[in-house]
Design a protein around this ligand. Structure first.
Ligand code: SAM
Length: 329
C-alpha cells in the first residue's frame, strides 16, 4: 500500500471499536452484527478491505476483525505489517499471494475447518478484486466454511462514483492485457458487444501504459470518446482528468512523467458522440452493433436501415457483415 496519505491522523493508532457492540445502520438499527464485542469472533474466513492510500479509510469493523482474527493471510506480509503497526495490531500474518494461493488455501481451509478465524487482506483495497483471494474463497465455500465480506475501499467503485458517468450499468474489466495485440483484440471484441458498449467501462491501468491504451481506445472508438483518468485516489495528489480521448492524450503526453495509480473509465462507447471520422472508420459489424444498442433494434432491422441509408441491398450488406465476421475469427 502506498505510504503517502492525505490525513495520517484519521483512525488513531490503537483506536478500538465502539464500547457497545457495533450496530447495523439502515433497516434494522437494533440488531447486532455477527462480530459482537462481547463474544469471540465467529469462526470463518473474513475478507477485509483495507485503504487504497488514505489510512483513514479503514473501517472500525475491519480493525476489529484484524485485531481479533487468529491469523491474517496477506498478499504481502511486509506491506500489511505497516498497516498493522500503524493501528497497533499484533495478529500474526501469513502470506497468501498469486504464486502460493492454491497450496495456502488448502492449508488455511484445514485451519478453518477446525474453527479458526482467518482474515484475508490484499496490499490495498478489496481482496479478490484484481487481487488474490478468489481461490481461497472458493476453497472455503466448497468446504462449507462461512465467508464474511468486510466492506471498504475499492479503487474502481470510487473512481466510478466520482466520474460523472452512468453508474447504473458498468463493466469492470480489471487490467487490460499487456501485449498490444491481445489488448487491441479485447477492445475490438468489446466494441462488437452491444451490451458492453452501452455500459460505462472501467479498467485498472499502469501509468507507463496509459498512453498506449488511450491510443488503442481511440483507434477502436474514435477521438471523441469521453473518458476519465482517476489518479491517486484518496491520496495527496488525487486527480480526476475528464475529457475526450484526444484531450486527455494531449494532457498526459505533455507531462514529463505519468505517475501513480490509475483507474481509467470510458463513457458507454455506444452513447459517446460518434465523430464523422469514427463513423467512416467503423466496420459494418461495429456500426450494426452500435445501432442495435443505441436504437434497441435487432440485427435484421439495423441492416435494413443501413441498406436504406447507404443505398445498397440488404443481402449485399448481410454478405459483407459475414465476411467481416469471418476475417475476425
Ligand atoms: N483490490 C484493489 C481494489 O479493490 O481496488 C485493486 C488492486 S489492483 C492490483 C491495483 C490497481 O488498482 C492499480 O494498478 C490501479 O489501477 C488501481 N488502484 C489501486 N489504488 C488506486 C488509487 N489509490 N488510485 C487509483 N487507482 C488505484
Amino acid at each position: 500500500m502506498p505510504s503517502d496519505t492525505r490525513n495520517k491522523n484519521v483512525g488513531a493508532p490503537g483506536a478500538g471499536p465502539p464500547q457497545t457492540g457495533p450496530r447495523l445502520w439502515g433497516g434494522d438499527l437494533a440488531s447486532e452484527t455477527r462480530e459482537s464485542n462481547d463474544s469471540p469472533l465467529a469462526p470463518g474466513l473474513y475478507l477485509v478491505a483495507t485503504p487504497i492510500g488514505n489510512l483513514g479509510d479503514i473501517t472500525l469493523r475491519a480493525l476489529d476483525v484484524l485485531r481479533r482474527a487468529d491469523r491474517i493471510a496477506c498478499e504481502d506480509t511486509r506491506q500489511t505489517q505497516k498497516l498493522l503497526n500503524h493501528f497497533e495490531i499484533a495478529t500474526p500474518t501469513i502470506s497468501c499471494h498469486e504464486h502460493n494461493e492454491r497450496e495456502r488455501a488448502a492449508e488455511l481451509v484445514v485451519a478453518l475447518q477446525s474453527g479458526a478465524r482467518i482474515a484475508l487482506v490484499s496490499d490495498a483495497g478489496t481482496p479478490a478484486i484484481s487481487d488474490p483471494g478468489g481461490w481461497l474463497v472458493r476453497a472455503a465455500i466448497d468446504a462449507g466454511i462461512p465467508v464474511i465480506p468486510i466492506p471498504g475501499a475499492n479503487a474502481a467503485l470510487n473512481a466510478l462514483i466520482a466520474s460523472g458517468f452512468a453508474a447504473t450499468e458498468f463493466h469492470f474489466l480489471g487490467f487490460l492485457p499487456e501485449k498490444a495485440g491481445a489488448r487491441r483484440s479485447l477492445l475490438e471484441d468489446l466494441a462488437h458487444q452491444p451490451r458492453a458498449a452501452s455500459a460505462t467501462l472501467i479498467f485498472y491501468e499502469a501509468p507507463h501504459r496509459i498512453l498506449e491504451t488511450l491510443a488503442d481506445l481511440e483507434s477502436v472508438w474514435g477521438p471523441n470518446l469521453r473518458i476519465v483518468v482517476a489518479r491517486e485516489l484518496t491520496k495527496i495528489h488525487e486527480e480526476f482528468l475528464r475529457g475526450t480521448i484526444t484531450e486527455l492524450r494531449a494532457t498526459l503526453a505533455s507531462r514529463d512523467r505519468i505517475r501513480g495509480e490509475i483507474v481509467l473509465l470510458v463513457e458507454a462507447p455506444a452513447q459517446s458522440p460518434a465523430s464523422a471520422e469514427t463513423t467512416a472508420n467503423e466496420s459494418l459489424a461495429m456500426r450494426v452493433a452500435r445501432m442495435q444498442s443505441e436504437e434497441n433494434i435487432d440485427e435484421k432491422e439495423a441492416l435494413k436501415r443501413l441498406a436504406r441509408e447507404m443505398g445498397q441491398s440488404k443481402s449485399e450488406l448481410y454478405r459483407e457483415l459475414q465476411r467481416q465476421r469471418a476475417r475476425r475469427r
